[in-house]
Ligand binder design. Structure first.
Ligand code: AMP
Length: 425
């Protein structure tokens, strides 16, 4: 099945061709005709399935034939949980819509509101927004919703996890009642179902399995947090999420010991494996962890190598590894053989270069979250705007391709981005 047979216009087909896509992904095959036919859609799809193009392409096609957008108005609203995702989605809108005369924009919190107000002045056809900032803009009279034809909730489950339900409900109340609604979510919890009840009219239900097996078995994301708050956040997550068997990677022996001490003080049974531990101590720690008498095993990369532990439910990167390939080894401990696992990284602003290197290696931008009570004072800059710092070439100068990942040697330097205080959205 080709994109052309899905009924997409020539301008969109040309952009798809230029993006290098030969055939639609399973979710695109289902979502594109549904959206084109004016149906509401409820889709269970994770990142990596091609879901963004699945809603952006038909959305653009429908908007292209419609009325001109008025000043300060918008015609389609895409809500996302994070600024990172908002930026990515707007980039997709710009890429797929480059041969159409439609305007798009993106707004999110943590940055000055004025430039966003200016951008909205002339009206935009597609606005991608995080919920809190959108409401701020509405309260400044910078955006009006009377022309909204389509609403998209992208990664709805994460929006609820991040506490945006009240903001979403406020926004829904402001939108015209006659509109198309598209909801994308990796999971369908009872909270999501409750939200969809009043929102979707006879939705087309779409479910597809993720495109690559890594995405199927390991859910990966990042918690942004200030460095000094990491031990408290980990302790909070283990206790509040009810994690029972957690492998935590820490970069140094001292770091491993002090983290284990902290977790122990909080009443979490913890063992440590690192280079200073004897063979007997390591074997005992591992046996206790496997038997479930120890809830958290804190390990350094080197000590963990060769350990017979896999298929764990949760692997945590307390520190990001200096060598990006170690990220893959660490995450490989979870979610094997069909079972789902979670690979979670606690990332502080000074680790942004390491994060960028990992994301380049895995060809994936990791979704970011913050936890209420642990919102960082120092934002982790967007990795898309960073280049991975190349290793200084030794003589004779090797020819290096741009964008290639190299091992970083030394502590990550400050990226030069001024840390700023930002809200959740
Ligand atoms: P998403 O799940 O929307 O985050 O998309 C995941 C990646 O798949 C993005 O990098 C897209 O550029 C890419 N992609 C989307 N649709 C296709 C397609 N039909 N063929 C190849 N790559 C695609």
């Amino acid at each position: 099945m080709s994109f052309a047979s899905l009924g997409l216009s020539e301008a969109l087909l040309r952009a798809i061709d230029e993006a290098g896509y030969a055939t639609p992904t399973p979710i695109q095959l289902k979502a594109i005709p549904a959206v084109l036919s004016d149906k509401d859609v409820m889709a269970a799809a994770q990142t990596g399935t091609g879901k963004t193009a699945g809603f952006v392409l038909p959305l653009l096609q429908r908007l292209a034939g419609g009325p001109k957008v008025k000043a300060n108005h918008i015609r389609a609203l895409v809500l996302t949980p994070t600024r990172e995702l908002a930026v990515q989605v707007e980039q997709s809108v710009a890429t797929y819509g480059k041969h159409l005369a439609l305007k798009s924009g993106v707004v999110y919190g943590g940055v000055k509101i004025n430039p966003q107000m200016m951008k909205l002045r002339g009206g935009v056809d597609v606005l991608v927004a995080t919920p809190g900032r959108l409401l701020d803009l509405f309260n400044h009279n910078a955006v009006q919703f009377a022309q909204v034809e389509t609403l998209v909730l992208d990664e709805a489950d994460r929006m609820l996890d991040m506490g945006f339900i009240n903001d979403i409900r406020k926004i829904l109340a402001l939108l015209p009642p006659r509109r198309q609604n598209l909801l994308f979510s990796a999971t369908f919890s009872s909270d999501i179902r409750k939200l969809t009840e009043g929102l979707l009219r006879n939705p087309v239900l779409i479910e597809v399995s993720p495109r690559n097996t890594a995405a199927k078995s390991v859910k990966q994301w990042v918690y942004e947090v200030d460095k000094g708050k990491k031990p408290a956040l980990l302790s909070y997550l283990v206790r509040n999420k009810g994690w029972e068997q957690v492998l935590v990677f820490v970069r140094t022996r001292n770091g491993a010991d002090s983290l284990a001490g902290r977790l122990g003080n909080d009443g979490i049974t913890t063992a440590v494996i690192h280079g200073d531990k004897s063979q007997g101590e390591r074997a005992r720690a591992l046996a206790d962890f496997k038997a479930g008498t120890v809830r958290v095993l804190v390990a350094t990369d080197i000590a963990a190598r060769g350990l017979d532990i896999s298929e764990l439910p949760h692997v945590i990167n307390f520190d990001l590894p200096k060598v990006p390939e170690d990220y893959i080894h660490r995450i490989g401990r979870t979610g094997r053989a069909g079972s789902t696992g979670e690979g979670i990284s606690l990332v502080s602003a000074d680790e942004v270069q390491l994060l960028a290197a990992i994301e380049t290696l895995i060809s994936q931008t990791l979704v970011r979250e913050v936890v209420h009570g642990f919102i960082p004072n120092h934002n982790v800059p967007l990795t898309r705007q960073l280049k991975v710092r190349p290793k200084k070439p030794k003589k004779p100068k090797p020819v290096q391709e741009q964008g290639q990942v190299r091992k970083t040697d030394g502590e990550p330097k400050n990226s030069g981005h001024k840390p700023s205080r930002g809200g959740k959205s």
